[in-house]
Design a protein around this ligand. Structure first.
Ligand SMILES: [Zn+2]
Length: 54
């Protein structure tokens, strides 16, 4: 597994980063810089990633 690979424990499947659903973060993180990647099947939150540039 590389750092970019995501895995949904609910569906027991790997989720490609391009396939993952993106949603806004929660907890006051800047949505311009952070996005939460969710499973396209069940919507489970998989990872919060930094998307903002320098
Ligand atoms: Zn899932």
């Amino acid at each position: 597994m590389t750092e970019d690979d995501l895995y949904c424990e609910t569906c027991e499947r790997a989720v490609d980063r391009d396939e993952a659903r993106r949603s806004e973060t929660y907890g006051g993180l800047d949505p311009e810089k952070w996005q939460t990647l969710c499973c396209p099947d069940c919507g489970n939150r998989l990872k919060t990633v930094f998307v903002g540039g320098e």
